[in-house]
Design a protein around this ligand. Structure first.
Ligand SMILES: NC(=O)c1ccc[n+]([C@@H]2O[C@H](COP(=O)([O-])OP(=O)(O)OC[C@H]3O[C@@H](n4cnc5c(N)ncnc54)[C@H](OP(=O)(O)O)[C@@H]3O)[C@@H](O)[C@H]2O)c1
Length: 496
């Protein structure tokens, strides 16, 4: 699936006893080894407080691979090789002595595996512990030594508002240069998200009409059927605005709206995304440009589910939003006057992420009033998940003598055209970080530009201004106010 193999290195995962390591990181590393994409000298060491031996850690990670790898069943030969590269060290995140021991272990692994002193640090703990780990890695584990590299991957959430994101950036920059820092937004590792750029810039027919002259509006939907599971206490402080809008949604907006970069390099791509994020504003000409909702009890996929405030870890009087719709405007020459309506929610009827570009209507003078009223605008839909593909809607004449026109759809489906399953986003991102390619990671100015847009919205809500929380039944498409919100512009949400 990829080209180059990275140089030998040791990956150090902080918080390796957690869910992310189990479900995503270790299965992704195993799949990379199985695809022969990692060097033979690669090694990994997990660091966390829970006591484990190398052996018990390997046993647990075997179950992780069995359950979550793309390849089933596990291949014993590959597993044996992979397991030998896995190590574990128990330690306290704030105890310098534990980092000194880790340092010695890393040097011993270097000698045994020939990993050459290169380090990839991964922060897979809750964000409360990021600062102390960064500081200890920076002061004790020697960020970069002559002839070797050190990089650090930071998981989301990156800050909880503009001030905290800036503070985290400053803290990281005390020990790491920007090109050593890899901020993960796993959406960017998805094949279909990367394909937005390929679709736009490797095809000649779409780019000329990709602007305010031809596009009426854009709708982006990130809909989930799941609730909050056992992440209640995290979600209470996040809501959709921090969980989806500030990161995944704004990334989708930026990729859809950005100018073509001068070259396909990390900085050129990110420069163009930052320009979009800086030109974005929430349309506050009517209210605060948002509709907030929270799910009540209801039926999803035929099953009764409790309301948000009945979930574990949620306050009975919680005002956290589980649904959010916003109207965004991009103040630049390409997009002036074209609204980007974005919506995301939990416990909606269907799991779907898509970008729909609706084009302006042609002049319909040719057709009778009745026929003209049946004609629907052209629509281009980029399906990100779960049915990855692209579809184009246009009007066609119904066979027969009349003048009837019906919308028809031209469909491209990844699964049907490319028979191989797409690799998991984490495979791509881990490999890119090892290769030193930051294109699919967010840069400090990008994260701050996203927070600069989102923070005032959160502050207005906190001050009791702006939209109120509206209840919606689980299994429906959000509160009725969201329909009224877009209808006020003479438009409607797509029925999915
Ligand atoms: N899980 C996912 O699918 C996912 C997806 C996207 C982003 N993320 C992000 O990735 C990071 C890790 O996620 P996760 O789901 O693996 O988290 P997790 O299971 O809650 O925590 C990972 C590990 O961190 C340590 N830890 C937990 N709470 C701590 C605390 N208050 N102080 C110090 N250490 C603590 C624990 O290890 P010890 O007790 O053994 O030290 C735990 O096993 C988080 O920042 C999360 O937001 C996760």
């Amino acid at each position: 699936m990829f080209g180059k193999k990275p140089e030998p290195c040791i990956m150090v995962i902080f918080g390796a006893s957690g869910d992310l390591t189990y479900r995503k990181l270790i299965p992704a590393l195993y799949d990379l080894v199985a695809d022969d994409l990692l060097p033979a000298e690669f090694a990994m060491i997990g660091f966390a407080r829970k006591p484990k031996t190398n052996e018990s850690f390997r046993q647990e990670m075997r179950s992780a691979v069995e359950e979550f790898s793309r390849r089933k069943p596990i291949d014993e030969r590959i597993w044996e090789r992979f397991a030998r590269a896995l190590h574990y060290q128990q330690g306290d995140y704030s105890n310098p002595d534990d980092y000194r021991v880790l340092c010695q272990r890393l040097e011993a692994i270097d000698r045994a595996h020939g990993s050459g002193g290169n380090r990839l640090y991964y922060l897979a703990t809750p964000p409360e512990v990021y600062n102390t780990i960064i500081e200890h890695v920076g002061t004790i584990l020697c960020p970069e030594r002559e002839g070797s590299w050190a990089r650090i991957i930071v998981e989301k959430p990156f800050g909880h508002d503009l001030a905290s994101a800036r503070a985290l950036n400053e803290h990281l920059h005390r020990w790491f240069r920007e090109d050593q820092i890899y901020r993960i937004d796993h959406y960017l590792g998805k094949e279909t998200v990367q394909n937005i750029l390929v679709f736009r810039f490797a095809n000649g027919i779409f780019e000329p009409i990709w602007d305010r002259r031809y596009v009426d509006h854009v709708q982006i939907t990130v809909a989930e059927t799941i609730g909050i599971g056992n992440r209640g206490s995290y979600y209470e402080h996040a809501g959709v605005i921090r969980d989806i809008m500030q990161n995944h949604m704004l990334q989708l907006v930026a990729l859809t709206a950005m100018e073509p970069p001068a070259e396909f390099t990390a900085d050129a791509v990110r420069n163009e995304k930052v320009k979009v994020l800086k030109a974005l504003r929430v349309d506050t000409s009517r209210g605060d440009g948002t509709v907030r909702g929270q799910y009540g009890p209801g039926v999803v996929n035929g099953q009764f589910v409790p309301g948000y405030t009945q979930e574990e870890g949620v306050a009975p009087d919680s005002t956290t939003e589980t649904y959010l719709a916003m109207k965004l405007l991009i103040e630049n020459w390409r997009w002036a006057g074209v609204p980007f309506y974005v919506r995301s929610g939990k416990r909606l009827p269907k799991r779907v992420t898509e970008i729909a570009i609706q084009f302006k209507m042609p002049p319909l003078l040719l057709f009778s009033q009745r026929t003209a009223s049946e004609i629907q605008p052209n629509l281009l839909v980029l399906n990100i998940q779960p049915d990855e593909g692209i579809s184009l809607r246009f009007g066609a004449k119904v066979p027969g003598s009349g003048e009837n026109i019906q919308p028809v759809v031209m469909d491209f489906k990844y699964g049907a055209s490319f028979k191989v399953p797409a690799p998991d986003a984490y495979e791509r991102l881990l490999l890119d970080a090892m290769l030193g390619d930051g294109t699919l990671f967010t840069r400090s100015d990008e994260v701050e530009a996203a927070w600069a847009l989102i923070t005032p919205v959160i502050e207005r809500w906190k001050a009791g201004e702006g939209s109120f929380i509206e209840l919606y039944r689980a299994g429906t498409w959000g509160p009725k106010q969201a329909d009224d919100f877009i209808a006020a512009d003479g438009r409607a949400w797509r029925k999915l």
